[in-house]
Design a protein around this ligand. Sequence first.
Ligand code: NDP
Length: 324
Amino acid sequence: MNHAIRIHENGGPEKMLWEEVPVPAPKPGEALIRHQAVGLNYIDVYFRTGLYKAPSMPATIGMEAAGMVEAVGDGVTEVAVGDRVAYATGPIGAYAERRTLKADRLVKLPDALSYEQGAAMMLQGMTAQYLIRRTYPVKKGETILLHAAAGGVGLILCQWAASLGATVIGVVGTEAKAELARAHGAAHIILSGEDIPARVKAITGGAMVPVVYDSVGKDTFIPSLDSLAPLGMMVSYGNASGPVPPVDIGILAAKGSLFLTRPTLATYTAKREDLVASAEDLFQAVTSGAVKLQINQHFPLKDAAEAHRALEARQTTGSTVLLP
Ligand code: NDP
């Protein structure tokens, strides 16, 4: 038997149903994976609510998991039966005991990393990787600003940027999250109710920051722009508070010839060589100890709705895994 969490329509967590589904057979180029751990990500909320559209209904949401290859279709060269693998890109469908996926979206999990680590780190960690290595390569000695610093992507970004020699200013919602972010590399903390640009000005002695990594979206867009130095880069990569409304690009001129990008992991890993390079850089960061994964919540996969409630209520820190 095979089970999956499916939605038949968009809505709240109560729309997520634990249902029996057939075991899929891998088509040419695909692998069948038996999941050992599934990653929880904010993007799963967007697919559940309908902010991002599922290709059809009923839909199994979820982007990320780790497990063992049980079967492969014709022509698969990237993985073999019995391999330990993880993935975070490709179509939705991860909230399942087993699923099929194009084999070229899979990476082999190093022996040093557990399935839980694989499921916790691939999406959030490869996101952190492209943000600080490729979108705006962080340099030693720079001071950077990042939002949701105690969250999944946030705690990885804090540690990784600090290990590159940057000074991290992290924005968080509570004192407890402030403590956690500080323990993972944030040199300065701003609480989300505070005047963010004013605090950045005080911390940087008026210089402001060359880059902001903003995953909160609507609520923080303007304060983020106002925290940038002239020619600074606004990286708006998420919508936790809602999508940013349409922008008059004149605002970028008025605030100092700023750059604005809205990147996605899908673009940065579309080519297999980029996917593998990003994953390898991440595995190196984790196995070297530069980034210590914080898997702070576990839920049975069948109770994924509870995990969504906690994530949306800002009750989680670090990463969360769902166990089939
Ligand atoms: P997080 O663990 O960061 O959880 C979201 C956090 O956002 C909350 O804990 C909360 O932290 C903060 N937040 C601020 N305002 C709100 C709000 N109104 N409602 C809910 N949360 C809020 O999630 P992930 O690590 O999974 O993802 C972080 C962000 O990165 C998401 O926006 C996601 O969409 C984005 N993302 C983008 C990718 C891309 O390629 N573009 C890829 C991966 C993730 P606090 O209480 O401290 O404010």
